[in-house]
Design a protein. Structure first.
Length: 421
C-alpha cells in the first residue's frame, strides 16, 4: 500500500472541497460514458490476461526457447511497460530479458540487435494507430537483420502485434497469420499500460501482472468510493495555481523508478499541454528527477531559483536488497563516519526527508507518496493514481486531456518532409 501527504498553502478549505467535488463528478461521468477506457482496465484486462495464459499454455514448447522479449514501440506503446519492468526487475531474477526498441537511432538499434539471438527472441510490435513511423521502420530493420521470412510460419510465430482493431497493423497481422492482441479504441497510448500494451509483454516475460492489475483495481475502487480525496485536492491546487506554479516536479527516490518518472513526464506533458475552451495556451510542465542523484544538480534551482515549481516525492520504505555502509574510517575524511553501520536504505530515505524538509522550510508546495515497498501491487496503485490525477487536472483546466493535436501536427510535417524529397 502507499501513503500520501500534502503540504500546500493558501487554499481555502471550502472552495477546495467544492471544486474537488465538481472534478470528482466529472471524472465519474468520464468513466460512465467511456470518454476514456483506462478507468476500467484493471477489470477489463483480466480477459486479456486469460488470453495470454492460454497462449502461453498452447505454445509452451516454443516459449521455452525464448529468453528475450523485444518490444518494438515508442511513447505510450513502450514507456509504461518499460516503467513496470524497471520497477519490478530486481524481484524477477529468472524473468525473460526485456529489450525495448524505441528510438530510430542507428547506433542504439544495431547495439540492441547484437545482444539478441534470432531463435531466442519474441518480437512484439506495439502501435495503437498501426502506422507509427519509428516503430514500423525498426520492425522492418529487425525483419531484415534477423532474416525473418513472413511467408514462413516458423518465422511469423516469432512475431506478435498489439494494436487497435482494424488498424493497418492489425490488417497486416491478419494477412500473415501473426498473433495479435487489441487495444481498446477509447484508451489512448499514454494511458494504455494496463491494457494489452503492458499486460501481454510483461506476462510473457514472467511478471505477476495479475497483482499489478489488482493494485490498480483497489486504488480505483477506493477513489470512486471517495476514500482518496487527497488526489482531488492536489488537482485543485495544481490547476488553480498553475500560473504561479506551472512546473510539476516528480522526485523519485530509487533508480528502479527512473523509467516510471519518464512515463509520468509523457503522461503529464502530452495530456495537459493544450489550449483551453477559449483558445488560451495552458498546461503544467513536467520535470522528472531521481534522488539522490539530482539533488546535486537541480535542488539549488528549486530552492533559490524562480518559485514556479511544486514537488512530489516518491519514497520507498523497504528496498528489495539490503546493504550496510561498512564501519571503515578513512584518513582525512573521518567526518562522514557518522553514517557507518547504517544501511543504504536508511541513507536514501533520510536524504529524501532532508530534501523535503528543506523545501518545506522555504514554503515550496510539496506532496509525498510513500510506498512500503516497490511491489507489483504498489506499481498498479501508482499507475492509476497518476492517470486519475492527470484526468482531474485536465478537467480542472477545461481541456481535452485525451487528444494530442500538437503531436499530430509534427507527424504531418514529418510525412510531408519525406514525401517531398
Amino acid at each position: 500500500m502507499i501513503r500520501y501527504e500534502e503540504r500546500f498553502s493558501g487554499q481555502k478549505e471550502t472552495a477546495k472541497s467544492s471544486r474537488a467535488e465538481e472534478i470528482f463528478e466529472a471524472i465519474k461521468k468520464e468513466k460512465e460514458t467511456g470518454v476514456s477506457g483506462y478507468y476500467t482496465l484493471p477489470d477489463d484486462s483480466q480477459a486479456v490476461l486469460s488470453e495470454v495464459e492460454t497462449y502461453m499454455k498452447d505454445t509452451s514448447g516454443f516459449l521455452a526457447q525464448i529468453n528475450t522479449i523485444a518490444v518494438i514501440g515508442i511513447g505510450g506503446s513502450s514507456l509504461g511497460t518499460k516503467a513496470v519492468h524497471a520497477a519490478l526487475e530486481s524481484r524477477y531474477p529468472h524473468a525473460k530479458r526485456m529489450v525495448f526498441l524505441e528510438n530510430p537511432d542507428p547506433v542504439s538499434i544495431l547495439k540492441q540487435f547484437a545482444r539478441m539471438k534470432r531463435d531466442n527472441t519474441l518480437f512484439i510490435v506495439v502501435s495503437k494507430s498501426g502506422t507509427t513511423i519509428e516503430t514500423t521502420s525498426i520492425f522492418k530493420a529487425a525483419l531484415q537483420h534477423f532474416a525473418l521470412d513472413l511467408s514462413q510460419a516458423e518465422d511469423t510465430k516469432r512475431i506478435m502485434v498489439i494494436t487497435d482493431s482494424n488498424s493497418p497493423l492489425d490488417r497486416f497481422a491478419d494477412a500473415y497469420g501473426i498473433r495479435r492482441f487489441h487495444i481498446p479504441d477509447n484508451v489512448g497510448g499514454r494511458f494504455s499500460v494496463l491494457s494489452s500494451v503492458g499486460v501481454v509483454p510483461l506476462r510473457l516475460a514472467g511478471y505477476d501482472v495479475a497483482s499489478v492489475l489488482q493494485g490498480a483495481a483497489v486504488f480505483g475502487k477506493r477513489f470512486f468510493e471517495g476514500k482518496e480525496n487527497h488526489l482531488l485536492h492536489k488537482a485543485v491546487y495544481l490547476t488553480e495555481n498553475r500560473e504561479h506554479y506551472p512546473v510539476t516536479v516528480l522526485f523519485s527516490y530509487g533508480d528502479c523508478l527512473e523509467n516510471f518518472t519518464k512515463w509520468f513526464v509523457q503522461l503529464w506533458g502530452e495530456s495537459l499541454g493544450k489550449r483551453d475552451a477559449e483558445g488560451n495556451h495552458t498546461g503544467l510542465t513536467p520535470v522528472g528527477h531521481i534522488g539522490s542523484v539530482d539533488q546535486h544538480s537541480f535542488l539549488q534551482l528549486i530552492i533559490d531559483g524562480v518559485r514556479d515549481k511544486t514537488v512530489t516525492f516518491i519514497k520507498i520504505d523497504n528496498f528489495d536488497k539490503a546493504l550496510t555502509i561498512p564501519d571503515i574510517s578513512l584518513k582525512h575524511i573521518e567526518k562522514v563516519d557518522y553514517v557507518n553501520g547504517h544501511t543504504f536504505n536508511e541513507l536514501i530515505d533520510i536524504e529524501c526527508d532532508a530534501t523535503k524538509e528543506s523545501l518545506m522550510a522555504k514554503d515550496i508546495p510539496v506532496t509525498t507518496i510513500e510506498a512500503e515497498s516497490m511491489s507489483e501491487f504498489t506499481v498498479g496503485e501508482l499507475i492509476l493514481y497518476f492517470e486519475i490525477l492527470t484526468s482531474a487536472c485536465g478537467i480542472g483546466m477545461h481541456i481535452d486531456t485525451y487528444n494530442q493535436p500538437g503531436v499530430e501536427l509534427g507527424k504531418r510535417i514529418l510525412v510531408k518532409k519525406f514525401t517531398q524529397q
